[in-house]
Design a protein around this ligand. Structure first.
Ligand SMILES: Nc1nc2c(ncn2[C@@H]2O[C@H](COP(=O)(O)OP(=O)(O)OP(=O)(O)O)[C@@H](O)[C@H]2O)c(=O)[nH]1
Ligand SMILES: [Mg+2]
Length: 278
């Protein structure tokens, strides 16, 4: 049953919902990770609605909560440098590869950088993707400074005139200050070589409201410019993404819907809302 079915049924009919009904609807909406602020805004509007246009009214309300910022990769420099960040296991490395595949398919030249130097396996994982996609991967020795790998990759991308450089970073918990400070350093070192086009934060759609805390803290550390929302192929509806867009005005730029290179697409607000309202 769609997330908003009960709500729609209540406002569509002529009968007025009881306060018991409204609190049940509220609980249901809260369970979808939309977050308390957005849920109470929605309920306030819904209580004033009547009639068959309820669905389009709710769609309009939700749409108005989405960011108005551009959703394409913002770039003006000869090499568009994209840094990919996020907590452990959200799908960063896979998304780096998928984004490379997406851009490569468009005919653009792409270089990848394995700046997750904590684990040799992380470099191998990206290298395997690079081989599969026919995209070069810059890496350092195991235990190398992530900032130095990132800096070398910027130099290489500028020399090669790559249109895009996508830099993978190690997963880190947003509440670990030293790791967040290290990420800030990687960013500053990259910017010594070239301006950053984007800092993309990867959010796992199944993480719930914690995603909002992740987005806040990563933004403070590295000025996140966009989101990649992964694992939307599962049961998660990704309500948290709406909460992030509304609260922090960070646009979702891409979505991940599986483990394959093609399970990736630019974010389309209308089909996302279709999914929430289905
Ligand atoms: N179902 C599904 N699985 C995904 C998606 N994106 C990534 N995964 C899987 O999630 C797991 C973790 O993905 P990684 O790309 O290694 O995640 P990461 O953020 O780089 O992980 P760390 O570097 O360890 O922090 C892998 O098994 C991926 O195949 C997605 O959109 N859908
Ligand atoms: Mg990784």
């Amino acid at each position: 049953m769609g997330l908003f079915n009960r709500l729609l049924a209540k406002v569509r009919g002529t009968s007025t919902a009881s306060s018991q009904d409204w609190s049940e609807i509220e609980i249901e909406l809260l369970e979808s990770d939309l977050g308390p602020t957005l849920v109470s805004e929605l309920l306030d509007s819904a209580k004033k609605m009547r009639g068959d246009d309820a669905e389009s009214s709710i769609r309009d309300i939700l749409k108005a909560k989405l960011s108005q910022k551009p959703r394409l990769i913002h770039g003006s420099y000869p090499t568009n440098v994209v840094m990919v960040v996020g907590v452990n296991g959200t799908g960063k490395t896979t998304s780096v590869a998928k984004l490379a595949a997406h851009l490569h398919k468009q005919g653009d030249s792409v270089l990848l950088a394995a700046a997750d130097t904590f684990r040799a396996a992380a470099v191998d994982q990206l290298q395997t993707w690079g081989n599969r996609l026919g995209v070069e991967v810059i890496s350092g020795k195991e235990g190398a400074e992530p900032a130095s790998v990132a800096f070398d990759s910027v130099k290489r991308a500028l020399e090669n005139r790559s249109k895009y450089l996508i830099i993978d970073t190690a997963g880190r918990l947003h509440n670990k200050n030293d790791l967040m400070a290290e990420l800030g350093k990687v960013k500053r070192v990259i910017e010594k070589g070239a301006p950053l086009a984007e800092v993309l934060l990867v959010i796992d759609a199944t993480t719930g409201q914690n995603g909002l805390a992740q987005a806040k803290i990563f933004s403070e550390a590295v000025e996140v410019t966009g989101l990649i929302l992964t694992k939307l192929d599962g049961s998660a509806r990704g309500g948290v993404a709406l909460a992030i867009e509304r609260t922090l005005d960070i646009p979702i730029k891409f979505i991940g819907t599986g483990e394959g290179a093609g399970d990736f697409a630019p974010f389309d607000p209308d089909s996302y809302l279709d999914g929430l309202l289905a």
